[in-house]
Design a protein around this ligand. Structure first.
Ligand SMILES: C[C@H](O)[C@H](O)[C@@H](O)[C@@H](O)C(=O)O
Ligand SMILES: [Mg+2]
Length: 395
């Protein structure tokens, strides 16, 4: 049997809002409504995360074509800058390789960009290429990705929902609701009081058994995080998410020591590679890691991060990334549930997370997704043919 080789690697930039860069939403969407951020200490940037540049990058769609005509693709966040890296740097390593060489290609993409990469945009680009390669391999072999990384350990995936209405999430069958923090340290004790009131009202609405989480999106200082965690101790918070600056591993460990014992500390959404997650686990002492498979290095690197986390007794619950993380979650015991970002403007309806970029994108029904819904080759989704794709750096 002849193994096809990769004949072309292409990077497109769709004109759409939403998709993998899901923060790019029309005005009035809950995801940009006075949500706390590291920039909120500056009043002019407190009302909207887009005001300081969140979602400027937009989507990049990576496409890989094989010598037998098979085409794989995957989206991630990165826009034109990522497209430039993919077309002008990564393509020279990938084109001509057998479609099976994911390990060697990952190593070469990471090592060849070390001098300007290691984290952030470059690793997003590498992640996009890696995901497209997994999609291609699945299509060449006629297998869903989950069947190529060990096979499913469960028949269905339970989900928690991220959005402003945990009461609606509970009614829709989700196992928990994660609220975005809206008031950071710049709003002082008054901000803490508002957060406590909001979480207490949410707890009242959902009752005792439904998980509640709070996503702080890197916005807190250590002192504020300690005080906020204790102020929320009566709410029964399942975890406090990404409270501190991602690089300050040491303050995570201090927070872990000082926060209430029953509240899990989670982080990792903006961390990348196994090295970053080793620091977060060993130095940061987090209980739960949340790599984004489109940002951490792709699926090849997520598998490494996953094994590392399991050896630390930590759960791996990937940051919301649609089918690109569902195939992973289906196959790992220590990844018992997944995130679903409620991308409906009020967060009151289930809509496909990467809409309008993809078609055939499965969504949880009654808060769960049957793994059999993923049983199509590769990641099992198609690009929306009605959304034009520009190729900014054609070769
Ligand atoms: C809802 C949060 O503020 C972020 O917008 C979200 O992207 C991310 O942190 C998440 O965990 O879903
Ligand atoms: Mg988060």
């Amino acid at each position: 049997m002849t193994t096809p080789t990769i004949t072309a690697l292409r990077a497109y930039v769709p004109d759409s809002t939403g998709g993998a860069d899901y923060h790019a939403q029309p005005a009035g969407h809950w995801i940009d409504d006075h949500i706390a951020s590291p920039m909120a200490k500056y009043p002019e940037y407190r009302e909207s995360r887009r005001s300081f540049g969140l979602s400027l990058l937009g989507n990049v769609v990576v496409e890989v074509e094989a010598s037998d005509g098979t085409v794989g693709f995957a989206p991630t966040t990165g826009g034109e800058p990522a497209a430039w890296i993919i077309e002008n740097h990564l393509a020279r390593l990938v084109e001509g390789a057998p479609v099976t060489d994911l390990e060697r290609l990952w190593d070469q993409m990471y090592l060849s960009t070390l001098y300007y990469g290691r984290k952030g945009l470059v690793v997003n680009a590498i992640s996009g290429v890696d995901l497209a390669l997994w999609d291609l391999l699945g299509k060449v072999r006629g297998l869903p990705v989950h069947a190529m990384i060990g096979g499913a350990v469960r028949d269905e995936i339970p989900f928690y929902a991220t959005g402003p209405r945990p009461d609606v999430a509970r009614k829709l069958g989700f196992i928990g609701g994660k609220l975005p923090l809206q008031h950071g340290p710049a709003e002082g004790d008054e901000g803490i009081a508002k957060t406590v009131a909001r979480l207490a009202a949410a707890r009242e609405a959902v009752g005792p058994g439904f998980w509640l989480m709070l996503d702080c999106w890197m916005s807190l200082t250590l002192d504020h995080a300690v005080r906020l965690s204790h102020a929320l101790d009566g709410v029964g918070l399942r975890w406090l998410e990404e409270p501190l600056l991602p690089d300050d591993y040491w303050s995570h460990a201090t927070l872990r020591e000082r926060m209430p014992a029953g509240m899990l500390l989670s982080s990792g959404e903006h961390e990348s590679t196994r090295y970053g997650f080793r620091a977060l686990l060993e130095l940061g002492k987090v209980d739960l890691v949340q790599p984004d498979v489109g940002w951490c290095g792709g699926l090849t690197e997520l598998l490494r991060i996953s094994a590392l986390a399991e050896s630390h007794g930590a759960m791996v619950v990937p940051h919301g990334s649609s089918v690109y993380s569902y195939h992973f979650v289906a196959t790992r015991q220590h990844s018992p549930f997944a995130e679903f970002l409620m991308m409906h403007p009020e967060g009151t309806e289930v809509v496909p997370m990467f809409s309008p970029l993809l078609v055939d994108e499965p969504v949880p029904v009654n808060g769960r997704l049957k793994v059999s819904e993923l049983d199509r080759p590769g990641f099992g989704v198609r690009l929306n043919p009605d959304r034009p794709l520009g190729r900014p750096y054609p070769r």
